[in-house]
Design a protein around this ligand. Sequence first.
Ligand code: FNR
Length: 439
Amino acid sequence: MSNVAPNDPAAARGISRRTQSDIYRAGISGALPAVPIDAQKLDAAAEAALTKEAYAYIAGGAGGEATMRANRAAFDRWQVWPRPLHDVATRDLSVEFLGRTRPTPLLLAPLGVMELAHPEADLAVARAAASAGVPYAISNQASFPMERIAQAAPGAARLFQLYWSASDELNASLLGRAEASGCEAIVVTLDTHLLGWRTRDLDLAYLPFTRGMGIAQYTSDPVFQQLVKDRASAPAAGGDAVKVTPKTIAAGVSIARKGAALTGSRSLRDNLRSPLPRTAVETFLDVFSTPRLTWDDLANAREWTSLPIILKGIVHPDDAERAVDAGLDGVWISNHGGRQIDRSVPTLDVLPEIAEKVAGRVPVVFDSGVRGGADAAIALALGADLVALGRPYAYGLGIAGEAGVREVIRNVLAELDITLGLAGLTSAGELDRDALRAV
Ligand code: FNR
């Protein structure tokens, strides 16, 4: 565990400053970084460390993965335009977000099912984020209940990401818990009302939720627990018989293990006998999201929470404008890392127009394709107020647990800090179009 105070700006600044010299100094005695610095090598090391199912789920995108490639290619259309001979000895990465000064413009994007990468999953991520003063958006599909994630990093900056469920009672309950867990805002993800056509997962016929993974926010929720009990006591609806194979049995054991929150028993035998864990998976698949969600429904969220509400999954400038007009508190530009639609719009291409429409009225968060500090610098220069990191930290988690996540965050921040200074700038706020050249 880190002994750095969560969200201590000085500590975070230190992390970005000292990184390079720390790495070289440690090298004198033969110590190497725990995770590769290069983004592609990081990805390859995670592939080697994870099961093929876990890697496919984390790395994969929709269809032929053209959106993932487009996200990256969009960065190639911009270059940092350095202006030397400015005093850059003192640099400041801090930004304002949700009424507070944050030590850096980095955020950790919500990533579900992180138990695929490491058994400590979100707990490890929360601790790593806290040690760098980076706010963490807890996923609705996390592997631990939000209360436990909050406890893992007390006092740290956190947000809660909601997948708008088909059950309003469940939405209200989740948001109430988020508020009680000290989350500073709700991030409503809008791009997953249907699950994308994910080629790699389909080839393996593997979706972690069907194994009882990534549903801890649900199984720990009193409203969801009641839905499960109601369903379990309803007359059986029948359904297709599942062929019993060693894999079916393994999946059954996995589901039973996750069912302890519902049965109240730690005994695997009890949980295998109880219908509740299996029913929980079925209930989850029913209520997980609703394709009926419209702009009008969003107003309901104001009744469920007093926290600021940020919309994630905005890629059209008109939607950004509508969000601001509707009184929402933030716009999070994302195409879910290319996991939802193949051949979708790359987020960096639409960032300038969206930032122009929003015109500073609410914060603009950006993600999809950020792999290093220079990428973050470009997104900030094109109008993002904060940049969210996704897959790279999951890879760090898979390779080296909490320490891996810490290093990935540290490396991105260090490269951002160095890029800023080499460009001739001293603060994240100075990054604008003048710092870039279009290719
Ligand atoms: C995600 N993402 C995501 N988004 C969300 O709102 N809730 C979630 O539970 C998840 N889960 C999730 C799992 C995994 C394995 C991945 C890779 C992504 C999307 C995520 O928040 C972010 O938008 C993307 O990760 C950004 O793309 P890159 O930069 O990671 O490619």
